[in-house]
Write a protein that binds this ligand. Structure first.
Ligand code: AGP
Length: 590
């Protein structure tokens, strides 16, 4: 997944503008960066490996009002300066940046080489400017040349292409996200709106299978395949700049963990009529599936328990990447509930599209307004967590859990009861996340920061949270962490326990508490250093992290101290929790 940002308009500082804006997209990929400014009949291009946030004082000596910038998460071609975007045509009059994959780039590159085009990189992206250059020889204009080129490409992509002669910017998308900022001084086109939020909050959405062309004065959206113009509404987005920025936190991850003092309440603040409609859709469906990836998948796993215990409704969870194996169960009466923070995850989109082909309805629970999943679903609920920029998903998860639990209560005819429980839980979280509590977790991280293995157990809805705990700790601290159902320990994993192996038990105050305490005793008997995340202290715990007694919302409160612990483990192990190695914020490629 990469970050792309372009500008065309009346401003003369387009180069500096796109570089600064790109820094707000660094969470989308950060192994290399590049910028191209249209100057005269060519481009000034600067690019290098490394993080765009570490690029300061880049000088643009000449005026420029048409520019693009790109931050890369390498897919095809290693992390090298030559592979960094933008990429140019042979005649250097076309510059392109790209997010996604051109799956048939090999055959296109061979064809272009035979026509005399030369390539300087290993990327799939570089075929784009050269194919546009070839199409421009016969097309009526630059936009038509881009359209013809894009219709040759197979795969999911978003591209920005600049043309010096027509001084225009053309964008096209077939899967990866793009959004347009409408400014008084021109148009901003980016993967995500934090790139231009300081310049404008007026946006237009470009949908899958569409393209746009703008010279900075006007903009035309059209269908990529047919060329038919598609007028777009201008929409005001309501995320403030400070929400999208770090504030006075060292990392986005800690800011977003602390945002949970308010974000759970925002998630619960849903239109009750819409919640009841969705509950009825689940009630009436013949076969309901819960699908997501990564952390969002763990929210789905927990929801399977919510629907079973609260509403006595049988729903099936499947990781989106495995959902293909369930396709034969889908029918027009089925309902697919997809959960995704970014609303752009490729595996989830694929699951949705199969379900819709089978005539099933799709409910999307997302965070990002206007995301592809949000716009393709039949029903959409937003968790209102605000921008989540750290790669590690934290406040989005608790927002997803809150919405799913609320729907389960609505399905049981107890919406009011569910809302009361969750608003109380939100207050408990706000009280829990105090400086003393955070310091306690920082001290615990200090104790176990050098351990290379860490195990987490839970039962019921705390079992998915044990697995989510493992994801959090793995992805930011690189410690080998694994989550298990407590009852599964004696069937294998307990063989892993050695003297002082740190083990965390996620506990509530409910009918399964005794079981998990028993599992903890079994672990301690084999030498484990037991850490209890529980409303009550138990003698089996060498360390006790107190959490509120939240009843069926226990999963929501239990995961939060783990998020804080994971954050400090990363920092104490010298890692950047916001940009962990090998990962990206949204996996928009399969
Ligand atoms: C979570 O911390 C990870 N970054 C990752 O597992 C993420 O949850 C997963 O890729 C799904 O992303 P989505 O919620 O945007 O669909």
């Amino acid at each position: 997944m990469c970050g792309i940002f372009g500008y065309v308009g009346t401003r003369k500082d387009a180069g500096a503008l796109v570089v600064e804006g790109l820094k707000n997209l660094e969470y989308r990929g950060y192994d290399s960066w590049g910028v191209a400014c249209s100057i005269g009949d060519g481009f000034l291009v600067k690019k290098d490996i490394g993080k765009i946030s570490e690029v300061n004082g880049l000088q643009f000596y000449e005026e420029c009002s048409l520019a693009v910038a790109h931050t890369r998460w390498a897919t095809h071609g290693g992390v090298t300066k030559e592979n960094a975007h933008p990429h140019l045509s042979c005649d250097k009059t076309i510059a392109v940046i790209h997010n996604g994959i051109i799956e048939n780039f090999g055959e296109i590159r061979d064809e272009l080489k035979k026509k005399g085009h030369t390539f300087v990189s290993e990327t799939d992206t570089e075929v784009i400017p050269h194919l546009i250059e070839e199409e421009l020889k016969t097309a009526e204009d630059f936009a038509a040349a881009v359209r013809k080129a894009c219709l040759r490409f197979e795969g999911r992509f978003a591209i920005l292409a600049l043309h010096t002669a027509s001084h225009s910017l053309v964008a096209a998308r077939t899967g990866s996200p793009l959004i347009v900022g409408v400014g008084k001084d021109g148009y901003y086109v980016a993967s995500d709106f934090p790139a231009f939020l300081k310049h404008t909050k007026t946006v237009q959405y470009i949908d899958n299978g569409e393209m746009l062309v703008t010279d900075g004065n006007s903009i035309i959206f059209s269908d990529l395949a047919t060329g038919v113009e598609k007028p777009k509404r201008e929409i005001e987005i309501n995320w403030s700049i400070e929400q999208a920025e770090k504030g006075d936190f060292e990392h986005f991850m800690l800011k977003e963990i602390m945002d949970q003092k308010e974000s759970v309440a925002r998630a619960v603040n849903q239109d009750e009529e819409q919640i009841m409609t969705l509950a009825k859709a689940i009630h009436d469906a013949k076969g309901t599936f819960l699908v997501g990836c990564g952390t969002a998948a763990k929210a789905c796993m927990a929801a399977e328990y919510f629907f079973s215990v609260i509403a006595e409704k049988h729903v099936n969870f499947a990781p989106a990447s495995e959902f293909k194996l369930y396709h034969h169960f889908l029918k027009p009466e089925s309902l697919l509930i997809v959960v995704s923070q970014s609303g752009e995850t490729a595996d989830v989109l694929d699951a949705m599209r199969v379900a819709k082909l089978k005539g099933a309805k799709v409910l999307a629970i997302v965070n990002v307004e206007g995301s592809t999943i949000a716009r393709e679903a039949d029903y959409t609920l937003r968790i209102n967590a605000g921008p989540e920029r750290a790669v590690a998903s934290t406040k989005a998860l608790t927002g997803q859990l809150a919405v799913l639990l609320l729907i389960a209560y609505a399905l049981a005819g107890k919406l009011r009861q569910g809302k009361t429980l969750l608003l109380e839980t939100s207050s408990q979280i706000a009280e829990m996340l105090n400086p003393r509590y955070v310091t306690r977790l920082k001290e615990l991280a200090e104790k176990i920061k050098n351990d290379e293995n860490l195990y987490i157990i839970g039962k019921s809805w705390n079992y998915p949270m044990a697995m989510e705990s493992a994801i959090k700790i793995q992805e930011v601290s690189y410690i080998h962490a694994e989550g298990f159902a407590g009852g599964e320990l004696k069937h294998g994993p307990i063989a892993l326990i050695e003297q002082d192996t740190p083990c965390i038990a996620l506990v509530g105050n409910d009918e399964v508490t005794t079981d998990v305490i028993t599992n903890s005793i079994e672990l301690k008997a084999r030498g484990a250093f037991m850490i209890g995340v529980a409303p009550k202290k138990h003698e089996v715990f060498a360390e006790w992290i107190k959490v509120p007694d939240a009843g069926p919302a226990q999963a929501i409160v239990n995961i939060i101290p783990i998020q804080v612990l994971a954050y400090f483990l990363a920092v104490k192990r010298g890692k950047n929790p916001d940009m962990p190695r090998n990962l990206a914020k949204s996996v928009t490629v399969k």
